[in-house]
Design a protein around this ligand. Sequence first.
Ligand code: NAD
Length: 295
Amino acid sequence: MTRIAFIGLGNMGGGMAANQAKAGHEVAAFDLSAQALEKAVAAGCRAAGSAAEAVAGAEVVITMLPAGPHVRAVYADEVLTKALKSALLIDCSTIDVESARAVAADAKARGFRFADAPVSGGTAAAEGGTLAFMVGCDEADFAAVEAALAPMARAVIRAGDHGAGQAAKICNNMVLGISMIGVCEAFALAEKLGLDPDRFFEIATKSSGQCWSLSNYSPWPGQVPAAPSNRDYEGGFATAMMLKDLKLAQEAAAKSGAATPMGAQAEGMYALFDRLGGGAKDFSAILQLFRGNLP
Ligand code: NAD
């Protein structure tokens, strides 16, 4: 049994914290949302009144927050000032590489072990304990990070030193954002051509068009039971979050001189869908833009 502090219990963090509790760990949970906190308590966690209260006495601190500024603030104001120096600090949020490195440097300067460990897999994997973690940390700390993440993971891979986990994540999500648009365009075209979308799904998932966005997360309702398309695109991975990740990729590309024209196109498409009201919907709802059905 490990004493774990879990901060950020949203679409992803809720399921992840529940899996830590299910594995027999003592989880002190905190979220600004009372509703998210209530759900975590129902799943076996203990409610803390603040992030600072959650981290007090914890052996492992896990954060799952929206973006870089949230992570920087929670670490500077609460985690690094209130956690035990022996605590292992793991940030699973998707944030910019610079913020991850800045938080890692602050943590290290104060004597903490820190890892950036963003995830791939979506809410179904968060609930099922089958996330893929990409980790940036000191090599010597990896075994402890892997053990701490095990109840939530199907794979834990060390990408490199601090910030490398986030680098892997933004590259992965650029593929995801682009591939989802490709799948949605194909569904819209299939529909216009009078092709049954379910027949197209059956064929393409067995052909060279198959990819995660289609086979595991189809934007067309009724094809993948766990996909957000079956819940009016509620929950899942919000368009605003995908847009955030594509912006991170574009900023990183501009700084490093990489050519990412398809990533830039995808960013523009999700920005448009966000402006048209789709920001809170799962990113696969961008299908409706191609079909001419705005949210
Ligand atoms: P979410 O918005 O559902 O959850 C974030 C939670 O953080 C919210 O409940 C919010 O109240 C809480 N929060 C914000 N500031 C806080 C603070 N100061 N203290 C405590 N709680 C605070 O987002 P999500 O979908 O769970 O995503 C979380 C992270 O995981 C993001 O960085 C996202 O990019 C990444 N991610 C999401 C998915 C997905 O499918 N949803 C997949 C992979 C990675």
